[in-house]
Design a protein around this ligand. Structure first.
Ligand code: DX5
Ligand code: ZN
Length: 214
């Protein structure tokens, strides 16, 4: 299982310490949640903070943009050292063009779906994607309850990927812990984002290890 801890749940007063803990852990990527207060009802952080994170972080960045018109920031994301650029389907009018632009900039394109957005909308772009990020909560906040219907969406997405011969990975975000992580793995998930469950665990490094070997 690919594991992408979400920095949103870290202690921002001790960001160095928390990023170093993740550097030394068995996690694969670092999940970065950028929110604009328009696409989602919350604001997190932007490029100046990302610059700082880059000074300490050693893992590939899995950046999740919860913003309107994410295509405006492709160059900034590239400069911020993003490996994967996740844009919301609901935020992109010309999703096909945006995917091509992300590739042309040398990043891996991923499309994110909200819980209320059906899998079938991916049909004409799935071949072009490195990853699909399925939200298992409504985006905007950490620490929310996992939406059980997501399991059916993972199974449906896996079917679409198999039918089309796409190589897209399936990543899940929201309410992921050891219990929901196991269900997601059985349904066909390749990658898990986890924030609260990791950072509120008595031993985050050990919790990361447990999620990794699910
Ligand atoms: C929610 C964010 C998530 C969030 C997950 O809008 O996209 O990445 O950090 O947090 P948990 O794991 O606490 O649900
Ligand atoms: Zn996220």
């Amino acid at each position: 299982m690919i594991l992408s801890p979400s920095l949103l749940a870290a202690d921002f007063g001790n960001l160095n310490r928390d990023i170093e803990m993740l550097n030394d852990s068995k996690s694969d990527w670092l999940h970065i949640d950028v929110m604009d207060g328009v696409f989602v009802p919350n604001i997190s952080f932007g490029f100046p903070i990302l610059k700082y994170i880059n000074k300490v972080n050693k893992k590939p960045l899995d950046v999740h943009l919860m913003i309107v018109q994410p295509e405006k920031f492709i160059n900034e994301l590239k400069e911020a050292n993003a490996r994967i650029m996740n844009v919301h389907y609901e935020a992109c009018t010309h999703i096909h063009r945006t995917i091509q632009q992300i590739k042309a900039a040398g990043m891996l394109p991923a499309v994110t779906l909200n819980p209320g957005t059906p899998i079938v909308l991916l049909k004409d772009i799935i071949q072009d994607l490195h990853m699909v990020l399925l939200m298992s909560v409504n985006p905007g906040f950490g620490g929310q309850q996992f939406i059980p219907h997501t399991i059916k969406k993972v199974i449906e997405l896996k079917q679409l990927i198999n039918e089309t011969g796409s190589k897209a990975l399936i990543e899940l975000d929201g309410g992921v812990n050891l219990e929901t992580g196991m269900l997601l793995k059985e349904a066909g998930a390749d990658a898990l984002v986890a924030g609260n469950s990791i950072f509120s665990a008595p031993n985050p490094t050990e919790y990361i290890h447990q999620l990794k070997v699910l």
